[in-house]
Design a protein around this ligand. Structure first.
Ligand code: GLA
Length: 354
């Protein structure tokens, strides 16, 4: 374990990050020999290892060095915000006032804009053997967003082999807030050569959000029933891959799936991911209304820990509010907008069985 941690530190904390200082790396361990490592840059979940058959299996994708981490646009393991996924043309209105935030993905704003929360240095405010708490102050006007926003993210590794992520935020002006973690999973192992498409997935979601060519939801909530987006029962991801125009537009799966409201209580299984050889199962429990299931369609050529990644070398399951929510008044749930005085509070748990 010690050697593994030392290698990780060597890779990510030898050279300086965005602000000229080196990253702070934090390791958590549990009673079963599972580990989870994090860094203060982006409050990033860097590594997750499971002890399987006497080996340490890394199930997260990441960059090989800090220098590469700073260049990638995969958002490996980072907390993304203020607004996860896309806002069309980076424009929205709150309280009758229009705002323009940074454009960094075609015509649109992605994951909080040019210098999103993934690129900021968070403060470690608390830590123990199984928990670390990161905080970030995002000042009024940061990336064009209104209000001073204070964010707290708590990662806990439990002895039930769960990695829990609790999110909290407050603002002094009404502002869109949609936080998630952008970890990429490969339950066969980061270096295994297995693909996202070889995994089995179940999503307790009966609607998905089709998108336009820029990956902005069209506004329609489409029933999954009878389509390749139906993951109500566990299905191999590759089984109906790219079979329909809604997938072809996105180069695969890169869509928000709307959970059945009854599974968003934080204790029900909202999503289940099963390793190709069925030796690892990851269950996702969450209080968030949707999940962006992204099959790794833009990974090709991105330097990774064990190799240069190719298409579909990992997949992301990002629990969140709907992309472009602030521009879709018909969707409800405050459209992903946090009022001043209210508290944004959510939790997502990734539970591993192996
Ligand atoms: C999200 C988006 C994808 C892609 C990745 C980052 O999952 O939905 O389209 O931009 O982030 O590479």
């Amino acid at each position: 374990m010690k050697t593994y941690f030392a290698q990780l530190e060597q890779a990510m904390a030898q050279t300086s990050s965005f602000d000229g200082q080196t990253a702070k790396i934090i390791h958590l361990t549990n009673a079963h020999g599972m580990t989870a490592s994090f860094m203060d840059i982006g409050a990033t979940w860097l590594s997750c290892t499971l002890p399987i058959e006497g080996q340490r299996r890394e199930v997260l994708l990441r960059s090989p060095t800090m220098a590469e981490h700073m260049k990638q646009d995969a958002y490996f393991g980072a907390v993304v915000g203020r607004f996860a996924n896309r806002i069309a043309k980076g424009q929205f209105a709150v309280d009758g006032k229009r705002y323009q935030v940074g454009i960094n993905n075609g015509d649109n704003s992605l994951h909080g804009g040019v210098e999103g929360f993934d690129k900021k240095r968070w403060t470690v405010v608390e830590r123990s053997a199984n928990q670390v708490v990161f905080a970030l102050h995002s000042q009024d006007g940061d990336q064009g967003y209104p209000g001073n926003l204070d964010v707290k993210v708590t990662y806990t590794l439990t002895d039930a082999n769960e990695l829990s992520i609790a999110y909290e935020a407050h603002t002094d002006q009404t502002c869109p807030v949609n936080l998630t973690n952008h970890a990429y999973f490969n339950l066969a192992g980061e270096a295994s050569g297995a693909k996202s498409l070889d995994h089995m997935l179940q999503l307790n979601a009966d609607y998905y959000l089709p998108t336009d060519a820029g990956l902005i939801p069209t506004g329609e909530q489409k029933p999954v029933l009878g389509t390749s987006f139906d993951f109500m029962q566990p299905k191999r991801i590759g089984e109906e891959f790219l079979t329909e125009p809604d997938q072809q537009t996105a180069g695969g799966y890169d869509h928000a799936f709307v959970f059945k409201p009854e599974v968003t209580d934080g204790i029900s299984a909202a999503a289940v991911l099963i390793a190709p050889k069925e030796d690892v199962t990851m269950t996702v429990l969450t209080t968030k209304p949707a999940i962006q299931f992204y099959s790794g369609n833009f990974l090709a050529g991105t330097p990774g820990a064990s190799k240069t990644y190719q298409l579909y070398d990992g997949l992301a399951l990002e629990t969140q509010y709907f992309p472009d929510g602030p521009n879709k008044p018909e969707w409800g749930l405050n459209n992903g907008v946090l009022s001043s005085g209210d508290c944004y509070q959510h939790q997502t748990v990734y539970q591993f069985e192996f």
